[in-house]
Design a protein around this ligand. Structure first.
Ligand SMILES: Nc1nc2c(c(=O)[nH]1)N[C@H]1C(S)=C(S)[C@@H](COP(=O)(O)O)O[C@H]1N2
Ligand SMILES: [Mo]
Length: 369
């Protein structure tokens, strides 16, 4: 009896913790929600991780009483529910911990982790809603004095109800695919289930809540620091320089990717002859017009022809949220090196840390490995 009351309490806490995880997860995932938080999204992320660890603890605490309980109550639906929860938990925790540590190694593993993390979350939403609905229906049935046999073993679902929950979960997965959870619609739905063919989409990140405005008459790209000729480029000047097309895969270190992105822009190296960096200026610091985001590079890392000051993405000018009018693109580096709303390029003697390198210890060079 004591065991049962303990389990009932754990069940309640479990439901609450999972709800908070889903809510904070949605804030991290849905761009509209994320942008509401602006800079404090990092605190949301920390909270999500901390609560996730509590969830792990909860699963661990429940193991022994659950096993005892299942020994006494041998109905398959009970065991099935418990196993499902633990499988979900294992998937979430393992992928979550891996994503928490922002390794630049093992790109494929990162992609898998984010797929598992997002996919399980999407699957559980209708499941949880159905679960609550059925629990509620059960309450009403009880009140109607139609005492079901299941009342003896606590809340339990019929086989039909379990199937309904499952169907709901899978429909949500499919619908999520249509809603670009997995990929945009262009290919067939089947192709969308094939990891290799999924193109992905930009999740639109910003560490501030405001998008810097772009007025083509007023906008300038400042190039200064250790250069012989400091310069301010207008947008027209920049776009009149010889441009270059680069097609490359874009990878965020948090595990999402967009394949075959077509960028158009001015090779960074074309700027060099126009400003003439001094010999001491061996590092480059880039600043965003959002006045918060920065990134740093070794000058030598930027000399290859496919490093672009990009102003077009897939044949269209960058959208405001994509960094208009200008972002850096380095095909060999992770997305966080692709600074958006680029407004200033500063040549320096020493290398500083960029935004994420400072806040979260991201790798300084960000090469995709
Ligand atoms: N100014 C600015 N640039 C930025 C970021 C940002 O928050 N602010 N996020 C970076 C990260 S971590 C990634 S993965 C990409 C995301 O590109 P997207 O916003 O076009 O999807 O932008 C990068 N450039
Ligand atoms: Mo990123």
């Amino acid at each position: 009896m004591k065991n049962r009351r303990f389990l009932a309490a754990l069940h309640g806490i479990h439901a609450a913790v999972l709800s908070v995880l889903l809510a904070t997860g949605a804030c991290l995932y849905v761009p509209a929600l994320r942008s509401l938080f602006g800079e404090s999204i990092r605190q949301v992320r920390s909270a999500h991780i901390a609560i996730g660890l509590c969830y792990l603890l909860l699963l661990a605490i429940a193991v022994v009483p659950l096993v005892q309980h299942l020994r006494r109550d041998r109905r398959w639906t009970k065991a099935f529910h418990v196993c499902l929860q633990y499988l979900l938990g294992a998937g979430w925790v393992a992928s979550g911990i891996y994503l928490w540590v922002n390794h630049t190694e093992y790109l494929r593993l990162r992609q898998l982790a984010s797929l598992v993390h997002d996919g399980l979350s999407l699957f559980i939403i209708p499941w949880a809603m159905g679960h609550i609905a059925l629990w509620y229906v059960g309450k009403i049935r009880q009140r109607g004095a139609v005492r079901h046999s299941r009342d003896r073993g606590g809340p339990l679902f019929t086989r039909r109800e379990v199937l309904i929950l499952f169907a709901g979960g899978f429909i949500a997965l499919l619908a999520g695919g249509l809603l670009r959870w997995f990929r945009p619609l262009t290919d067939s739905t089947l192709a969308s289930l094939d990891t290799g063919k999924r193109r992905g989409y930009f999740r639109i990140y910003s560490v501030t809540s405001e998008i810097p405005p772009f007025d083509s008459n007023e906008w300038r790209l400042t190039v200064d620091g250790l250069v012989e000729r400091k310069r301010d480029f207008t947008f027209a000047e920049l776009t009149s320089l010889p441009s270059q097309l680069v097609v490359s895969d874009f990878h965020c270190v948090t595990g999402w990717s967009v394949t075959q992105v077509k960028w158009k822009g001015v090779p960074f190296s074309s700027l060099l002859e126009l400003v003439n960096p001094e010999a001491a200026g061996t590092y480059v610091k880039m600043h965003s017009a959002d006045r918060l985001y920065t990134e740093t590079y070794e000058l030598s890392q930027l000399l290859q022809q496919n490093v672009l000051l990009a102003y077009e993405l897939d044949d269209k000018p960058l959208l405001p949220q994509q960094g208009a009018p200008l972002r850096l693109v380095h095909p060999d580096m992770y997305g966080y090196k692709s600074i958006k709303w680029l407004s200033r390029i500063e040549f320096t003697q020493q290398r500083g840390l960029g935004y994420w390198e400072e806040k979260e210890g991201y790798d300084l060079n960000g090469y995709i490995a």
